[in-house]
Design a protein around this ligand. Structure first.
Ligand SMILES: Cc1cc2nc3c(=O)[nH]c(=O)nc-3n(C[C@H](O)[C@H](O)[C@H](O)COP(=O)(O)O)c2cc1C
Length: 311
């Protein structure tokens, strides 16, 4: 049994995909006087002196002979807005340059416009690498721009963002730098945000004559046929005693139906809570006030992610 037979190919690919890379389109002249271009994420730096880079190409790629036999190639490192260029050069087709924008460098190799960086290379060496061929190039010219680089991670295109640990690389506004510990401390921000938003909800509930506990339980059942007690308690964010007490009360008032483990809204319960939904949504929009739609969605998504990993 070879080592490869021990590896589940799908799991192996997925594990490799955990390594985030950039995306390049490598270009060269083909042997008939046309051009080839291959989307490749296997690009990497090798040596500073001499200036060497490498990438690897599938032995079944139609363009392989052009790279192996040609003397020069160009690595076009794609920018974040060049996903369509990446997809274009990843598809096998007769002439990938038909209708594409490009310029020829001194060696007559296509250089794509709008890239994050380009490395013009002279073929330095090729090595056998299993079902791929490793191509090493000596960089004879290069160019960079301040465009963001397109990334590829776990099978999907991504854009980069600085990690919070890279604080010195992120432009932190002066007023944030001067904040006291508590002012910029996550638990404080979450707690303060909760109280301020809930205050507004409380005002709304007071005007509607509904108690907060009742609102939490009924609102957690909205839009659902039923929910288990455990789930309902979780979404109502109530301790055992308050939850059981509230559930009994709502059931006695005919607002919810409790059947074994399942709880649902009665028609009366729906009529009771539904009008509040619009006001609750308006309150939420108010709290998210200064965000645009995308920022508001992201803000809530980040909160949900944090809830997941702190559960
Ligand atoms: C994001 C991405 C990264 C890729 N990386 C590589 C690579 O590093 N090496 C490779 O041989 N193919 C890679 N491919 C697949 C090739 O781009 C594709 O098979 C090739 O362009 C087919 O064209 P050809 O046979 O005409 O050369 C990648 C594709 C995508 C979408």
């Amino acid at each position: 049994m070879t080592a490869a037979e021990n590896l589940d190919p799908m799991r192996f690919r997925n594990a490799l995909g955990k390594f985030a890379t950039g995306v390049t389109v490598v270009t060269a002249k083909d042997l008939e006087g046309g051009y080839v271009g291959t989307t490749a994420s296997s690009f990497n730096s090798v040596s500073l002196d001499p200036a060497l880079v490498l990438w690897s190409i599938d032995n079944n790629a139609r363009s392989l002979p052009a790279y192996e036999k040609g003397e020069h190639f160009v690595v076009n490192m794609l920018a974040a807005d060049q996903v369509s260029v990446s997809n274009h050069f990843a598809r096998q087709q007769e002439d990938k340059f038909d209708g594409m924008d490009y310029e020829l460098n001194a060696e007559g190799i296509p250089v794509l416009p709008g890239c994050a960086a380009t490395f013009e290379c002279k073929l330095y060496a090729t090595y056998e690498g299993g079902d791929h061929t490793i191509i090493v190039g000596e960089v004879i010219r290069f160019d960079t721009s301040n465009r963001k680089t397109l990334l590829f991670h776990q099978g999907a295109y991504c854009v980069s963002e600085y990690h919070p640990a890279a604080e010195n690389r992120v432009a932190i506004p002066a007023n944030e730098k001067q904040m006291s510990f508590a002012e910029n401390y996550l638990p404080y921000l979450l707690a303060r945000g909760f109280y301020q938003v809930m205050d507004k909800i409380q005002d709304m509930l007071n005007r509607q004559g509904m108690a907060e506990l009742e609102y939490r339980v009924l609102a957690s059942l909205l839009g659902l046929k039923n929910r288990t007690r455990k789930d309902l308690q979780h979404y109502s964010v109530l301790d055992d005693e308050s939850f059981e007490h509230e559930l009994d009360r709502l059931s006695n008032e005919g607002l919810v139906n409790v059947e074994g483990d399942q709880v649902s809204l009665t028609e009366t319960g729906k009529e009771h809570i539904e009008p509040l939904l619009l006001i609750a949504k308006a309150n939420e929009a108010d709290a998210l006030g200064q965000f645009n739609v995308e920022e508001a969605l992201l803000f809530k998504r980040y909160l949900r992610m944090m809830l997941e990993w702190t559960a």
